[in-house]
Write a protein that binds this ligand. Structure first.
Ligand SMILES: N[C@@H](CCC(=O)N[C@@H](CS)C(=O)NCC(=O)O)C(=O)O
Length: 252
């Protein structure tokens, strides 16, 4: 689990659950939703990504890739949204967001893994490729090149700035992967109310933010009526309204 040791007194002295996040970041939504569903008090450390507030040495001292979300829990740094969810689930086990049937743990792990390995090649490639403008400028690229050790992240942003942006072939691969995933979710949700059964789990918390992000970019959700009914049920939940709706005007 990405837990990062630090001897920086400014970080060590952060008391409580400090969530570094951004309103529109789907990865951040997962953590806000988890905290709101469990009724846990958290300290709001909002990072304006459009103003590149994450591209500072101070923020890289918290998150090694300069990304949101990151959690500083009484001086302990945890990053990667799925890992933060798992860390918080251990710390706050009630009500449980793990499947009742332990044999479903592997299925849950696979769904959470997509938030790590699928984020740049699939989620971001589709979202940036279809409608988002590049988030970096040539000036902020210079900052990124100095601070960022992960070359794949630098390459991703270079591609968004290149003439023609992300190549269409890559966007289509991402879109087809997502369509297959939403078709699978739709079938699951025809059988039961939540992705893994009759109970909300971390799989639901990890996946619903994808809707909030993709609907902004007009992802074709019409073929997935069970998934859309599930979206409506989510949107009626006070925790969803607080964690997502209030952060994204127009997303409901
Ligand atoms: N796999 C990571 C992805 C984190 C990530 O890429 N976060 C985006 C927002 S969703 C970010 O911080 N972007 C800022 C940037 O690229 O400079 C996670 O799930 O936490």
């Amino acid at each position: 689990m990405p837990i990062r040791k630090t001897d920086d007194p400014r970080i060590l002295n952060m008391k409580g659950l400090n969530l570094f996040h951004n309103s529109y970041s789907n990865c951040s939504m997962r953590i806000r939703l988890f905290l709101e569903e469990k009724g846990i008090t958290w300290i709001d450390k909002h990072i304006l990504l459009r103003k590149q507030e994450n591209l500072t040495a101070d923020y890289f001292a918290i998150h090694p890739q300069g990304l949101v979300p990151a959690l500083v829990d009484d001086g302990l740094i945890v990053y990667e949204s799925a890992d933060i969810l798992e860390y918080l689930e251990i710390k706050y086990p009630e009500p449980s967001f793990l499947p009742n049937d332990p044999s479903q743990k592997e299925e849950l792990d696979q769904m959470l893994e997509f938030t790590r390995s699928g984020h740049f090649p699939i989620i971001k490639t589709w979202a940036y490729g279809r409608n988002n403008k590049p988030t970096k400028t040539s000036e902020s690229m210079k900052k990124l090149e100095v601070l960022q050790k992960d070359k794949a992240i630098i390459e991703f942003h270079r591609e968004t700035l290149a003439e023609g942006g992300i190549p269409e072939e890559k966007i289509i691969v991402a879109e087809n992967t997502l369509k297959a995933m939403f078709a699978d979710l739709d079938q699951r949700l025809e059988r039961h109310a939540w992705i893994l059964g009759d109970k909300m789990t971390l799989a639901d918390i990890a996946w619903i933010p994808q809707y909030a992000l993709f609907q902004r970019n007009n992802f074709p959700f019409d073929p997935y009526p069970n998934f859309m009914a599930y979206v409506k049920r989510w949107q009626a939940r006070p925790a969803y309204i607080r964690a997502i709706g209030e952060h994204m005007p127009g997303s409901m």
